[in-house]
Design a protein around this ligand. Structure first.
Ligand SMILES: *Cc1c(COP(=O)(O)O)cnc(C)c1O
Length: 376
């Protein structure tokens, strides 16, 4: 079976994990500082501040709190987004307001978002899907016009560049995920990139159940026993073990980027020949693809996935839109016609770091055999 995802876990990650365990400082410590420094350097965010946490969803939750989102507020988000985003909004006591997406980029439709802004709108979440980048200059204009904060969910685009600038170096508040399936993993983890030292210090306290414990002490694998508690906090810090694995992954980012870019280009070239299939409209320049997806006729999706499964190829659905779920059925929304179409047509194919041409050919042939009736 070709799985949807396959983490690139090799000797380096295993050695790093052993080293971190043998250090016997299992909580937040020196590896966390090193991981943060390495990410900051890699995403070229020298004028920003970065903090890692235990998951991407926690990063979103803290990012929303930093943006001033609280009980009774509204956050505009594409309905075509990860459930973690909706739950992070809900966790603040605010409500998601569902916006449509652009048919090509699958990025939030900012024209439609204008109609959704209310006096309660505190922030907008923008998310780059799969292997596509949105128009982040327009996001900034939008946020300035309505004086709202931006949470950039960059979980899919770690390593990508927008107009020559690394993702993570230009947004108001930027969030990454390093969960088991993302471009780089630290088993579970997330990061926030923020503009001010004050915001960084707030994250430092919030991720450690509100303890005003100096991070400089923790990063020496020590702890202070006296401190103040000034704000609400959570147990969201990243343990040393995870940071050590993340560091080992980050050292391979060039291999990860190049192999995924090659694979996505290969699939695009072959699969764009099939008239019933719509492939991502990008040449993948400056992109580290996370998810490779197709849009296919909605009445064929079930049979297509069954066919792929019979050829021992896993496929996925990312995602069912948020407004389809019971929990969010009463949330305010605008026109979601594109989201409803995409939600029924989208299907994701396996994409791994260092995936072989052999495996890619198997995937291509299976797709071709379904749509073109080619013999396998
Ligand atoms: C993975 C993901 C998240 C959540 O991150 P976790 O680390 O799994 O909590 C949020 N948004 C998007 C777009 C994601 O893909």
């Amino acid at each position: 079976m070709i799985p949807m995802y396959e983490p690139l876990i090799e000797k380096e990650e295993i050695d790093a994990a052993i080293e971190a365990l043998e250090m016997k400082w299992l909580g937040m410590g020196s590896y966390v500082e090193k991981f943060e420094e390495s990410i900051k350097q890699y995403v070229e965010a020298s004028d920003r501040y970065i903090a890692v946490v235990n998951t991407g969803t926690s990063a979103l939750h803290l990012g929303l709190i930093l943006a001033g989102v609280g009980h009774g507020d509204e956050v505009i988000t594409p309905s075509f987004n990860n459930i973690g985003d909706f739950q992070a909004i809900s966790a603040t006591g605010a409500k998601p307001v569902f916006c449509d997406i652009d048919d090509k980029s699958l990025f939030i439709d900012l024209e439609k978002a204008e109609d959704l802004v209310s006096p309660r709108t505190k922030a907008v979440i923008v998310m780059d899907y799969g292997c596509m980048l949105g128009d982040h200059d327009r996001v900034e204009e939008f946020a300035n016009k309505y004086k709202i904060r931006v949470i950039h969910d960059a979980a899919h685009v770690f390593g990508s560049k927008y107009k020559g600038r690394m993702v993570g170096s230009f947004s108001d508040i930027c969030m990454f995920s390093f969960d088991p399936v993302k471009n780089i993993t630290c088993i579970d983890g997330g990061a926030l990139v923020v503009k001010t030292k004050n915001e960084l210090e707030m994250i430092h306290e919030m991720r450690l159940i509100g303890m005003g414990q100096p991070t400089t002490v923790m990063y020496k694998n020590q702890r202070a026993w006296t401190y103040d508690v000034r704000q609400v906090g959570f147990r969201y810090h990243m343990p040393n073990l995870h940071a050590a694995i993340g560091l080992a992954q980050l050292k391979k980012i060039n291999v990860i980027t190049e192999s995924r870019r090659f694979a996505a280009r290969y699939l695009n070239e072959k699969l764009s020949q099939i008239s019933e299939v719509t492939v991502p409209e990008t040449d993948f320049d400056d992109i580290t693809p996370f998810l490779y997806y197709l849009r296919i006729p909605k009445n064929k999706r079930r049979a297509f996935r069954k066919h792929m499964h019979s050829q021992r190829i896993d496929t996925g659905i990312h995602w069912q839109p948020g407004h389809w779920f019971t929990l969010f059925k009463n949330c305010r929304r605008g026109d979601l016609s594109v989201t409803d179409i995409v939600g029924n047509e989208i299907v994701s194919l396996p994409l791994h770091s260092c995936i072989s041409v052999n495996t890619l050919d198997r995937i291509v042939h299976a797709v071709e055999s379904f749509f073109l009736g080619k013999k396998l």
